[in-house]
Design a protein around this ligand. Sequence first.
Ligand code: T4K
Length: 369
Amino acid sequence: MAITVTSPLLPDLGEFNKLLQEIWDSKWITNNGSFHRKLEAALCEYLKVPYISLFTNGTLPLLTALQALRITGEVITTPYSFVATTHSIWWNGCRPVFVDIDPTTGNIDPDRIEAAITPKTTAIMPVHVYGKPCDTKRIQEIADKYGLKVIYDAAHAFGVEVNGESILNAGDLSTLSFHATKVFNTVEGGAMVTHDAETKKRIDYLKNFGFANEVEVVGPGINSKMDEIRSAYGLINLKQVDAAIEARHQVAIQYRKALEKVEGISFFYDMPGVRHNYSYFPIFVDADRFGMTRDELYYLMKEKGVLGRRYFYPLISTFSTYRGLPSASKENLPQAHKMAESVICLPMHHMLCQDDLDLVLETVIEKKR
Ligand code: T4K
């Protein structure tokens, strides 16, 4: 059997069936039902955030965040992410402006943001890529100086904390993805974190077509409500997410120990004061020193049934929709290109057994066909 880059955290089926029975009995299957409300409350507590609104995936809260803050003009963002980040800007009729990344984190480089600001800039949309926290303090200072909003795409940052505080409390809004491939999943799903009750209310209107009550529509809303079945699934999954993160942590420890001395392979270490979630384990291949290119290693792994993934290659800025933008030029984004061309995310999940982990390492270290 192939070793996949991830494997979903699945709730206990017996427990899930019991909740399904409750849902069947109640006949209330969506539209802010009791499981939806329970999951929102449980997530607020687990994530240490004041307000959360559930969504049906991780892309719709991004779209809705830009709507809610009435973002127009230009939005500064990173090219090193999943394409949904930039698509959300485009779908709002705004122009993405790409800024290069900091090679030590993979996140937008705060030192380069100011140079990209124009009179049309209204917001910054950084991504905590691989769950590694952005420099939220610096980004906020810049946003405050120029009067910009900050929307974090925190799709990878479930449970990540800096000095005991949730990273999700940074900026104006943060969004999460609960897709099957994420540390915490509701099959498909997502959420938006807000800092005050008024904003949550507005977000809840927007995710329900803009309805404030039976007869009043207060904005151009969309339908992105999470249903009762997935909310119940999430409630059960939440109970096992700490154990899953710890299992991932142990995998990271073994990977680092084994790869530390491999010439031409680098990776990220934990950041001081940060509670990481180990959502991904990216390695970076320096072809000259490693003696093999990234793609040679990637296809060798594939041959052996080790299905790592090149997240995030190709860069968003190279896709046809975006490559004509002035900020998409390769010269503007050297670090992002370098990272995208050298990355492989190794298999990383809570179910990775020792034999599979050994095969991954053997393939990378021995490079034998
Ligand atoms: N912002 C960022 C920064 C994101 O990374 C994402 C999503 C979003 C926004 C948008 O959130 P969502 O709207 O998706 O909630 C995956 C995910 O579909 C996507 O959610 C994720 N980021 C992106 C980084 O990766 P694929 O196309 O690589 O997934 P796929 O289907 O190839 O699955 C990868 C591996 O996972 C499979 O080889 C096996 C395993 N797998 C997958 C699924 C779906 C399972 O074992 N079971 C499963 O059901 O996109």
